[in-house]
Design a protein around this ligand. Structure first.
Ligand SMILES: *Cc1c(COP(=O)(O)O)cnc(C)c1O
Length: 428
């Protein structure tokens, strides 16, 4: 390849961040299963601790296997730097920890992964971080929710599970006017389908547990710095714009410029809160990403065929999948996810709650469990599982009414997938 040629997405998925191991020649990325790294000498140690040199100290703060994963996702998203952490939820805590003080607020789309709604509503209260909800379909409602204490806006590119596709550019405009960063959880789309930085996002988060890892074998999270936000303009982000006593009075934004956010989250958040990713999980997640484009193509192809099949099935009352031509989010999906609408969908059963229970009990190829983004096809009936504790009205408001079934369509033969759904539906 000539030096000025920019590698394409599939090439980056395989190669970004990785080289043959310089000491052994190993071609696959080694698992550096070590807690700590030997210093060259006392001066080297001092420069690492003082952030004057980049290098490995201790796996809580960084590890060479994790670094391959970090560079790979930064390249795929088009960010300046990234940080790998123990889970998607840890990524959310750490990203906001760099921005928020007790009493601060952030504005979030009301349609999010259920675990994120819990985290924001309950656990973040203990930190004094207040979430203000906005309507995902109304960019104006984000604007209306902004206050002088707002420090960020948080959305999902494609919301889990309802299939809401967000108007990222319109919400990025709101964020720009409010001078706060737009954080996009890009878990369901992955950078193969949607690249939020191209539409004005400032920070991208992932639950790598899902489609990035792709094989249902490891929990992990990623934080990607878009390098676009001016952290020093208003003095509202002191962690980035004020001198850090433990680093000799260094100002992180001044020193690290367009990757200061990623550095702050690593050397303050990850250092002190501690949810580091294990090198073994980083190896599995980075290996998973090597086939991301192939897997996402097949996930989308299979999911569209499933959505079309279900929408014609006489036991199904509705299907929510942005890939369907008649779906209310089809226009936004074509704009933000032109290569496909992902693998996750919900649909409603005419037979209600009992039909949902019968269906998840009747399928054989689909696994009945609470995850998405596996090679395997997955199914869940939220009303009898994840949303069981809610009242019927709350279930319906959360998109988890008694008749709702969620699928994460896998990579099996489409004929087998459709046949399994048909016999599950026959059981209802
Ligand atoms: C699963 C998920 C999370 C949480 O990630 P974990 O890796 O399970 O902690 C966050 N956002 C979305 C959209 C998810 O699907």
């Amino acid at each position: 390849m000539s030096d000025d040629r920019k590698p394409g997405f599939a090439t980056l998925s395989i190669h970004a961040g990785a080289q043959p191991d310089p000491t052994t020649g190993a071609r696959a990325t080694p698992i550096y299963q070590t807690t700590s790294f030997v210093f060259d000498d006392v001066d080297h140690a001092a420069s690492l601790f003082g952030l004057q040199a980049f290098g490995n100290i201790y796996t809580r703060i960084g590890n060479p296997t994790c670094a391959v994963l970090e560079e790979r996702i930064a390249a795929l998203e088009g960010g300046t730097a990234a940080l790998a952490v123990a889970s998607g939820h840890a990524a959310q805590v750490l990203a906001l920890h760099a921005l928020m003080k007790p009493g601060d607020e952030f504005v979030a789309s009301r349609k999010l992964y259920g675990g994120s709604i819990n985290q924001f509503t309950h656990s973040f209260k203990n930190f004094g971080w207040n979430v203000v909800w906005a309507d995902p379909d109304e960019p104006g409602s984000f604007e209306a929710a902004i206050s002088p204490r707002t420090k960020a806006i948080f959305i999902e590119s494609i919301a889990n599970p309802g299939g809401v596709v967000m108007d990222i550019a319109a919400i990025a405009e709101v964020a720009k006017r409010a001078r706060v960063p737009l954080i996009v959880d890009n878990t369901l789309a992955t950078p193969y389908l949607c690249r939020p930085f191209e539409h004005g996002a400032d920070i991208v988060l992932h639950s790598a547990t899902k489609f990035l890892g792709g094989h249902g074998n490891s929990i992990g999270g990623l934080i990607v710095d878009g390098g676009s936000f001016d952290w020093s303009r208003d003095g509202r982000y002191p962690m980035l714009s004020e001198p850090r006593p433990e680093y000799g009075g260094m100002v992180l934004h001044e020193t690290f410029g367009n990757f200061a956010f990623a550095i702050a989250v690593r050397v303050l958040g990850l250092r002190d809160l501690g949810p580091a990713l294990s090198p073994f999980n980083a190896f599995l997640l980075a290996t998973g990403i090597e086939t991301l484009p192939l897997r996402m193509q097949r996930h989308c192809e299979n999911a569209l065929k499933v959505a079309e099949h279900l929408s014609h099935h006489d036991k199904v009352s509705w299907v929510s999948y942005a890939g369907l031509a008649g779906d209310r989010y089809h226009g936004l999906a074509k704009r933000y996810c032109p290569k496909g609408s992902g693998a996750v969908m919900t649909f409603g059963l005419k037979g209600g709650y009992d039909a949902g229970v019968a269906m998840v009990s009747g399928v054989k190829l689909f696994s009945h469990l609470a995850n998405i983004g596996d090679t395997r096809s997955l199914i869940i009936h939220p009303a009898s599982t994840t949303h069981r504790q809610l009242s019927d009205a709350q279930k319906t408001a959360a998109g988890a009414g008694p008749e709702v079934v969620r699928l994460s369509v896998g990579l099996e033969d489409i004929g087998d997938i459709l046949a399994d759904l048909d016999q599950g539906l026959a059981a209802g």
